[in-house]
Ligand binder design. Structure first.
Ligand code: 5GP
Length: 125
């Protein structure tokens, strides 16, 4: 059972109540720059639908939403030239889920990070 909080900050961005620096918008997805970037390229991709986590989205979203979301992630990586064959030479996708995953905003988002050589994937807690 997933409970979606309609007051979360990304829901407000989707409703146009808070501005964002959009990279690309599609029928089902929105990509925008993270307000507090941890890498030279740090973009968030979110579905427009009310999904809390990746597992929520993957189990309940329509095929059209899932295809659109994945293609948008790939499109953003290409647009910002972080795909392995492009100028920045690679990227990392991160999607934090739940308390142990240290998810701050309870609306599914994938972080696309790149633009320089990234450090180790996880640090010790
Ligand atoms: P999480 O920890 O949930 O995986 O990541 C949430 C991300 O959302 C953080 O990297 C944070 O900087 C970003 N963020 C939080 N509030 C805003 C906002 O109002 N605008 C933008 N563009 N990013 C935000």
């Amino acid at each position: 059972m997933y409970v979606y909080d309609t007051d979360n900050i990304f829901a407000k961005i989707l409703r146009g109540e808070i501005p964002n620096n959009t990279v690309v918008e599609t029928e089902h997805s929105l990509a925008f720059h993270d307000i507090n970037p941890h890498a030279p390229v740090h973009v968030l991709v979110i579905p427009k639908g009310p999904y809390v986590t990746f597992d929520h989205f993957a189990s309940e979203a329509s095929d059209a939403e899932i295809i659109d979301f994945n293609r948008t992630v790939a499109k953003v990586a290409e647009m910002l030239e972080v795909t392995p064959g492009a100028g920045h030479g690679g990227y990392r996708l991160i999607s934090n889920a739940g308390e142990a995953g240290v998810q701050e905003v309870p609306h599914l988002h994938v972080h696309i990070a790149g633009g320089h050589r990234l450090g180790r994937m996880l640090s010790p807690r």
